[in-house]
Write a protein that binds this ligand. Structure first.
Ligand code: PLP
Length: 458
């Protein structure tokens, strides 16, 4: 694989003239793009004729059912023949209502009513607007407009969702951004202040959240938004008790808790929703990605019956929100997940993945290996003693080498992730992880050539 293959030439030419690449033009020039032309099961083909085992459910971790699932394709095609579009406002497709009923039966706690949009960003945007409306409608906090988010979070590219985000690569270009947002530290695995443990740091983070609400003025704070398992720097699993404390703090100050499950919903973490690991019930929950397993675009914002009853109307229109094709894709996805017991499968294959990677922690360049369900991260370092940040080119080289060996994995800050389709077989998982592991071991042998990136433990 070279930087002059057909994929590279196509994408570089296209990004110069007629497509805006997501992320940066510079990244397209530096990396080796993959232009997909087909896929089957857990394998994808490129315009260059290369085939890869996709350990990422496509880079955005949406394709939880893999590629070419006939049942999904048939269900969507048949719906498009029957009613391809249902309109907005007073017009709605019957299947969209059916999906809303099914979601109400599956979502945690009192979540019961769904607002449909087209993406995860839009779902978070709607969540924030609904939180403000509720606070005003219920009369308790007529002036509440502030949202508290967390360091390193990503909630999407639309205005308010971006306002809540802290992924600097996408946040900086949109600054100064929206007023009313502030951010507090989120619990992190592996890198946290010297002298504390993961659990102690998580407790400090919860304390800081409460202090921030008090500092901003509880009567002005509408909501806290958080990914239950944060993706920044790879699968940040909060210490037990943290999310329960967030729930208690929100309740104490009349602040709504928004759980962003855009990336973690429908089995990714070995539970139907990531919050289920801790039995925490949010006031608002957002979903996308696995919601249709990537077969159609869809986002959803679920609220509790209390919010649904208090907010009279939500004048917010999305032409394609709850598109009938997407609704049917989502219901078919739910059928498949239930019939094939994919949530339990994700939990058990996740344990297999951790076992297949075990021993790698002994390598100098590996800091920590962690995961929940089929969402696993290997966090790297340039110095295991100080946990210093890894050299970025080392991670790029491992991702590229794994690709050359035949599997797709993704870098996420200091970590490299795998998040395969939930339908992957154990044999394919073993094959893919063997490729990833080989790339890590080779990089470890070459580690002397990677200068320390510097940066103390954060
Ligand atoms: N929230 C989380 C946790 C995400 O991972 C993403 C996308 O990666 C989003 C929101 C934004 O979703 P979308 O890209 O569908 O707008």
């Amino acid at each position: 694989m070279t930087a002059n293959n057909k994929s590279s030439l196509l994408y570089k030419d296209a990004s110069r003239h007629y497509i805006w690449p997501q992320l940066s033009k510079e990244e397209i020039v530096r990396g080796v793009p993959v232009i997909l032309s087909g896929g089957e099961g857990v394998r994808v083909r490129t315009v260059d004729g290369d085939e890869y085992l996709d350990l990422m459910s496509t880079t955005a971790r949406a394709s939880t059912l893999g590629y070419g699932n006939e049942r999904m394709v048939d269900a969507v095609t048949s719906q498009l023949r029957t009613l391809h579009y249902g309109g907005t406002a007073n017009f709605q497709a019957d299947v969209t209502i059916e999906l809303a009923k099914r979601l109400a039966g599956l979502a945690p706690g009192e979540l019961s009513a769904t607002y449909f949009v087209g993406s995860g960003s839009e779902a978070n945007e709607a969540a924030i607007k609904l939180a403000h409306l509720y606070q005003r409608s219920a009369g308790a906090k007529p002036r509440a407009y502030k949202v508290i988010a967390r360091w390193n979070a990503y909630h999407g590219s639309a205005g308010g969702a971006m306002g809540a985000s802290d992924w600097l690569g996408v946040r900086h270009p949109s600054e100064p951004g929206y007023p009313g947002y502030s951010r507090v530290p989120a619990p992190t695995c592996y890198r946290f202040p010297i002298g504390s443990t993961e659990a102690e740091y998580a407790d400090i983070c919860a304390d800081m959240l409460e202090q921030q609400i008090i500092h901003e003025g509880p009567e002005l704070v509408s909501a806290v938004i958080a990914e239950p398992i944060m993706q920044a720097n790879g699968v940040q699993i909060p210490a037990d008790g943290y999310l329960q404390r967030v729930r208690e703090i929100c309740d104490r100050h009349g602040v709504l808790m928004i759980a962003d499950e855009v990336i973690s919903c429908f089995g990714r973490t070995g539970e139907l929703f990531a919050l289920n690991h801790w039995r925490v019930e949010p006031d608002i929950m957002t979903m996308s990605k696995a919601l249709t397993a990537g077969y159609m675009p869809l986002g959803a914002t679920m609220v509790t019956s209390r919010i649904h009853e208090a907010v009279d109307g939500f004048p917010d229109i999305h032409t394609y929100g709850g598109h009938p094709g997407s609704a049917v894709a989502s219901m078919t996805m739910i059928d498949i997940v239930e019939e094939e017991d994919l949530v339990a499968r994700s939990a058990s294959l996740g344990r297999t993945a951790l076992r297949l990677l075990s021993g790698c922690e002994e390598l100098e360049i590996v800091g920590q290996i962690r995961g929940r369900g089929l969402w696993v991260a290997v966090d790297f370092t340039s110095d295991p003693q100080s946990r210093a940040l890894p050299e970025p080119t080392m991670l790029e080289n491992i991702v590229q080498r794994t690709r050359d060996l035949g599997a797709l994995v993704s870098q996420n800050g200091t970590a490299i992730e795998i998040a395969p389709p939930l339908v992957i077989t154990e044999a394919d998982l073993e094959t893919g992880i063997a490729m990833f592991r080989q790339a890590i071991e080779e990089a470890n042998k070459q580690r002397a050539s990677y200068p320390a990136a510097g940066g103390a433990v954060e």
